[in-house]
Design a protein around this ligand. Structure first.
Ligand code: 9UX
Length: 72
């Protein structure tokens, strides 16, 4: 199955941050798609909830030095 989750992310200040966060998310087992926008500080992931949860996604982002919280 696939869920779509949207989150706010803070701490990104340049395009390389965006690439870094997207790369981290796309490398997580269970994450199928990941897009992050610098201008709006919003991100969206498609993920398999049987494989990975929002908590693990947030932890991966925060381990990279950013703050994230899901809004949906
Ligand atoms: Mo840009 Mo982001 O120089 O962690 S990569 S600020």
């Amino acid at each position: 199955s696939t869920l779509v989750g949207q989150f706010t992310i803070s701490g990104m200040t340049c395009a390389a941050c965006v690439n870094s966060v997207e790369g981290i998310l796309r490398n997580l087992t269970g994450v199928k798609k990941a897009v992050v926008a610098l201008a709006t500080s919003l991100g969206e992931v498609e993920y398999d909830p049987n494989v990975i949860g929002k908590d693990e996604i947030v932890t991966a982002i925060e381990d990279a030095g950013f703050e994230a919280s899901f809004v949906q």
